[in-house]
Design a binder for this molecule. Structure first.
Ligand SMILES: [Zn+2]
Length: 154
């Protein structure tokens, strides 16, 4: 079963498409996908690693409403959903949203990743989420607070 392609990160398909087209790697893949012309391995060699990593997933990439997505097979559920291929300009915003945007606020790295993977993908997303969670000032001050409290008690 295919879950509804719910992007709901506040942008219309047109806006997402234009941001994807403006993105060097994603724009090239999107155009190639529309023409159904898979870039050659030789061409890929001259491209950045993020281009090659997207290209490796060629068969899982699909275009929906003019926007590039990746088909994501959930391990636990009998379900396939669409992950938006997030252009570089949007990545920080999305990571922040996933990390802070849930009612409980400031999720740990694993939970942030889990939420992100439900709807979004880009090459290197794992490192971006890890870096964000490690450098989040609010999380850092919370941790510091806990440590300080513990020391005060003892
Ligand atoms: Zn945080």
């Amino acid at each position: 079963m295919l879950a509804s392609g719910n992007t709901s990160c506040g942008y219309s398909p047109q806006q997402l498409r234009s941001m994807q087209l403006d993105d060097d790697c994603i724009g090239q893949i999107l155009r190639a996908k529309e023409q159904e012309q898979q870039p050659s391995t030789n061409f890929a060699k001259s491209q950045p690693i993020s281009f090659r990593r997207l290209l490796q997933q060629w068969d899982q990439l699909i275009i929906h409403d003019g926007v590039l997505y990746r088909l994501f097979h959930h391990h636990s559920k009998e379900q396939i959903s669409l992950q938006l291929i997030v252009p570089t300009v949007l990545r920080e915003e999305i990571v922040k949203q996933m990390h802070e945007g849930v009612a409980s606020g400031h999720l740990g790295q694993d939970k942030t990743l889990h939420h992100l993977k439900e709807r979004f993908y880009w090459p290197g997303h794992y490192n971006d989420v890890r870096d964000w969670c490690q450098t989040c000032a609010t999380c850092a001050s919370n941790t510091l607070f806990k440590v300080t409290t513990r020391f005060n008690i003892s």
